[in-house]
Design a protein around this ligand. Structure first.
Ligand SMILES: Nc1ncnc2c1ncn2[C@@H]1O[C@H](COP(=O)(O)OP(=O)(O)OP(=O)(O)O)[C@@H](O)[C@H]1O
Ligand SMILES: [Mg+2]
Length: 365
């Protein structure tokens, strides 16, 4: 699939009307810092998903001097053209797909799938578990429209349970009240764990393959889900029962620490190369290669699920890599519509055809 045209009106630093035409293959969006490259990618992502990474409120995306913004994309998916419009005026958002109001997230994703990567994603390997959980959760939410709601529900119950733990300790509330929350917590938590394990299994297969291409030797990458509920994956069929039991066993400790010590909010996944932990033993380059293998795997999984390639948005990701890796990514993506932002496009080898878009001060020049 591809996005053919994009219109931005009063979006971030794009004051007034701006029309863009894009090509199949690699579109390089370049320009100096703070000119509007990320804003352009953000608008594409927002049209496709209905929400965007760094946007807390759509209000922030309205040009400072305007009451609202307007975005419109035309896309092509297997010979069929679609038009997606997102308007935000005076606090009210309207989304239209082919002239009809209010398409669901799933309908949008089907006609206009995108994946976005930012430099922070490269840090995922080295940093603590919360970043890896966030990576899994964002990916899964993109594929399974109900997942975001389950996550919200889980977080909600978790915080209510936390409040109850404090009430039991400080206000003398009956500790038996905990079991009111625990049933719901286990239900939502179990769904999260199953979704994550299922996704990680897919990711493991794809990432292993891609990693060996990128590292051009016989490094074997393995991803393994670490659940603090289930120590042994073979017990998966008894997940709910084990979860309930461990939650019960941990009640004393939870009351002492005033926090829930069991559940997927504490899970992680391990990344090993030839059975050694990449976090501890991997070189900088190996860690980056793994991150890229994960990114490219997501694209492959998307293809399997939706039957089409997503539009790939790489915001500043390539500039963080060495030439050899940059080029292997470019050649893997040359047939996928890809947007790459950078301040200097000279790293792109001549033999790879690209369409360049230069941005300056919120305008294409
Ligand atoms: N709502 C808004 N209205 C007007 N301008 C905005 C708004 N939000 C952000 N900007 C401005 O948009 C400019 C461009 O931001 P953007 O993040 O797209 O830059 P960039 O080209 O990606 O730069 P870099 O190379 O540093 O990543 C910034 O100077 C920012 O102040
Ligand atoms: Mg930027």
């Amino acid at each position: 699939m591809k996005i053919e045209t994009l219109r931005l009106v009063n979006y971030r630093n794009y004051l007034g009307e701006h029309d863009f035409q894009f090509q199949q293959g690699i579109n390089v969006v370049h320009g100096r810092n703070a000119q509007g490259k990320t804003n352009l990618l953000e608008a594409i992502f927002l049209l496709s998903r209905g929400y965007a990474h760094r946007l807390k409120s759509l209000k922030d995306a309205v040009h400072f001097e305007s009451p609202g913004f307007y975005l419109r994309a035309t896309t092509q998916l297997m010979d069929i053209h679609h038009q997606i419009v997102l308007k935000y005026v005076k606090g009210k958002k309207t989304v239209q797909l082919d002239g009809k109001d209010g398409p669901g997230r799933e309908a949008l994703l089907k006609v206009f799938p995108t994946v976005l990567f930012v430099p922070d994603d490269l840090k995922m390997i080295k940093e603590g578990p919360s970043r890896r959980r966030a990576f899994l959760d964002t990916e899964i939410a993109a594929f399974r429209p109900g997942y975001a709601a389950v996550l919200r529900e889980y977080r909600n119950i978790l915080s209510q349970r936390g409040a109850l733990l404090r009430d039991i300790r400080y206000k003398g509330t009956d500790p038996h009240m905990l079991s009111l929350w625990d049933g719901q917590l286990v239900q939502a938590g179990t769904r999260i764990i199953r979704h994550r394990m299922d996704y990680l299994q897919k990711l493991n297969l794809k990432a292993r393959e891609l990693h060996s291409v990128l590292s051009d030797d016989n490094e074997k990458l393995t991803l393994h889900y670490i659940s603090n509920v289930l120590q042994d994956k073979r017990d998966l069929s008894r997940l709910e029962a084990t979860y309930t039991q461990r939650l019960n066993e941990g009640k004393g400790r939870d009351l002492e620490r005033l926090t829930t010590g069991i559940g997927p909010h504490l899970d992680d996944f391990s990344i090993t190369i030839n059975d050694r932990d990449t976090r501890l033993y991997g070189s900088q380059g190996q860690q980056r290669t793994v991150a890229i293998a994960l990114i490219l795997s997501e694209i492959e999984i998307f293809k399997d699920i939706y039957g089409t390639e997503p539009v790939v948005l790489l915001d500043d990701v390539l500039s963080e890599l060495d030439i050899r890796r940059q080029q292997s990514i470019l050649s893997l993506l040359r047939n996928t519509q890809t947007f790459i932002t950078c301040t200097d496009s000279s790293f792109i080898p001549e033999e790879i055809p690209v369409h360049t878009i230069e941005i300056e001060g919120g305008k294409q020049i």
